[in-house]
Design a protein around this ligand. Sequence first.
Ligand code: SF4
Length: 311
Amino acid sequence: MQEKDVVTQKKQYDLNKLQKRLRRNVGQAIADFNMIEEGDRIMVCLSGGKDSYTMLDILLNLKQSAPINFSLVAVNLDQKQPGFPEHILPAYLEALGVEYKIVEENTYGIVKEKIPEGKTTCSLCSRLRRGILYRTATELGCTKIALGHHRDDMIQTLFLNMFYGGKLKGMPPKLMSDDGKHVVIRPLAYCREKDIERFSEARGFPIIPCNLCGSQPNLQRAVIKEMLRDWDKKYPGRIETMFSAMQNVVPSHLADHALFDFRGIRHGSAVVDGGDLAFDREELPLQPAGWQPDEADEPVMAERLNVLEIK
Ligand code: SF4
């Protein structure tokens, strides 16, 4: 076999592995949060970025073998940003043979008109976009709206809210929309951004750049992203542990008296969530909770284990 064929085979093998992992993660999130039910018509929001392409790809793939019937309709909002390549998504979706709708609304013009130069435009822009997407979901008779946020977005939001908003609040895998009419789901909730990046690259999705509006990147989010990236490099598994923590909340051991009835604890009350025992020194596992082995992590993990052994 020629070297070129070996490389192609290896690439195909890696792509299959990634696809399997993403499928497993999406399937698990759908099951855990009951995201998709029999007869659902799901509006898949497609921005033209790696996350939404991956979401559509994996949902289409899962649909073929799912034990229930549901349908998908891809929706893109053309916000009339300068230089938006209008032909890319229709061509891609036609080739896939998937039902789709391109909604054209000049939110770019509205935002530019209303927001003074130099001020952040994202909050008005997102509000406008959300309203249009909700309206479109109703027009298309969709029962669910799928967004392409992934696990790393959810963790970043948690830290953003903690660091800058003073709230222990993240981004949920499923919620009721603010108009109370739509169920919003995030099927990539369990997927790692680095898997999505690699998958998107391997699949060669026709990515549309996300900086066409000319808005400055959110500096606070960039700081958090950098911090998490750094932790992930130095301490493989830490991100997984934090995500597990988001799924293991113990309100009686936090300090929100609206969430847990601290006032009701009196002499003779029952022990809740282990009481003081929860603070005894416990054996923490060497491998963080929720850690998934990844070839890229192995050398760092091995080094880390060596350091621990020497000490
Ligand atoms: S980055 Fe641009 S398109 Fe995205 S929300 Fe902000 S203003 Fe809107």
